[in-house]
Design a protein around this ligand. Structure first.
Ligand SMILES: [Zn+2]
Length: 309
């Protein structure tokens, strides 16, 4: 890979059983067709998405896309998981799909054990709770892949200080992508440098954009391509997509993005490629705090690349 080519990493958050079963294989095919690399972050425990889908994506997002689209995206079953129907255990039911994703040449990592539980509670939980959830996810990952996970991407960009420390200590991850920001950095927690780089998501997501400021399904790809056209040649971008959205109903939008990004001379890579590039070039990463902040188009706060320290 040449230094003058721009990197754009594709980070796939896989939140649900249906997204794993139906969205992931479609994304694998689409990425192969366009010779794009990507990192798939899997939810490995029970899918309790149920009525809490609105907490996975921006509240109001589905009503803006169209009132019936929640059913179109997810089907009735997903809406009922963890409510009227028992929650399917994603790693147990979809291990073959996860392994095929790796066998197809894609990087895999941990998104979470239980998406809804993590997203709703992690910010206020203690060390023991956090360690247990991460251990559950890591154990399932190892069962599926017969290998330790090297990377983690926090569900809903929700994280706490314990998790950031555990990623580096107990989990021995190479790097993580738990945050929103502008460029790779090393986190500092309570004045202590954590030697597990964060490769933050740098671009807005579809559910943050659609339904806001006149952006809809027909023009959202052009909007994102305008953003990436303006990036410097040395910049690294991370785009987070969802198996449930871009792997299903929004696949045509993603295909338009992939074609557009290649025209803009972006290398479509996994996060591991960005990490390797940083290591090979002995890049000295800046040290940043992680703060909770607001992102346009998303309600609530998410973990962000905070001030330099
Ligand atoms: Zn997620």
């Amino acid at each position: 890979m040449k230094n003058n080519q721009k990197f754009l990493a594709l980070k796939v958050d896989v939140d649900t059983y249906r997204g794993t079963k139906e969205g992931v294989p479609q994304l694998v095919e689409l990425f192969k067709k366009h010779q794009a690399q990507a990192t798939f972050y899997f939810s490995l425990g029970p899918d309790q998405t149920g009525r809490a889908l609105k907490r996975v994506f921006r509240p109001g997002f589905f009503s803006k896309v169209s009132r019936t689209s929640v059913l179109k995206h997810y089907g009735l079953k997903t809406i009922l998981y963890g409510t009227l129907l028992p929650a399917p255990h994603i790693a147990r039911k979809c291990a073959h799909i996860m392994r095929e994703t790796l066998a197809s040449g894609f990087e895999v990592g941990i998104h979470t054990y239980n998406h809804i539980k993590w997203q709703d509670y992690v910010c206020n939980k203690d060390f023991e709770w956090t360690k247990k959830e991460l251990e559950l996810a890591a154990a399932e990952f190892t069962l599926v892949f017969k290998d330790m996970a090297k990377t983690h991407a926090a569900a809903g960009w929700q994280i706490n200080d314990h998790a950031i420390k555990i990623e580096n200590s107990l989990m021995r991850l190479e790097y993580s992508s738990d945050t929103r920001g502008t460029s790779p950095f090393l986190p500092v927690i309570e004045n202590k440098l954590i030697n597990c780089p964060q490769l933050p998501t740098t671009l807005p997501t579809l559910d943050e954009l659609i339904g806001v400021n006149g952006i809809d399904e027909s023009n959202v790809a052009d909007y994102i391509l305008d953003l990436t056209a303006a990036t410097a040649a040395t910049a690294t971008q991370v785009y987070t997509l969802h198996a449930e959205l871009e792997g299903m109903r929004f696949k045509p939008i993603l295909e338009k993005l992939l074609i557009g990004w290649k025209k803009q001379n972006h290398n479509l890579v996994s996060l591991k490629t960005i990490y390797n590039h940083l290591i090979q070039n002995q890049c000295k990463l800046p040290h940043h705090q992680i703060t909770m902040g607001e992102i346009s188009g998303r309600s609530g706060k998410v973990a962000m690349q905070g001030p330099v320290i």
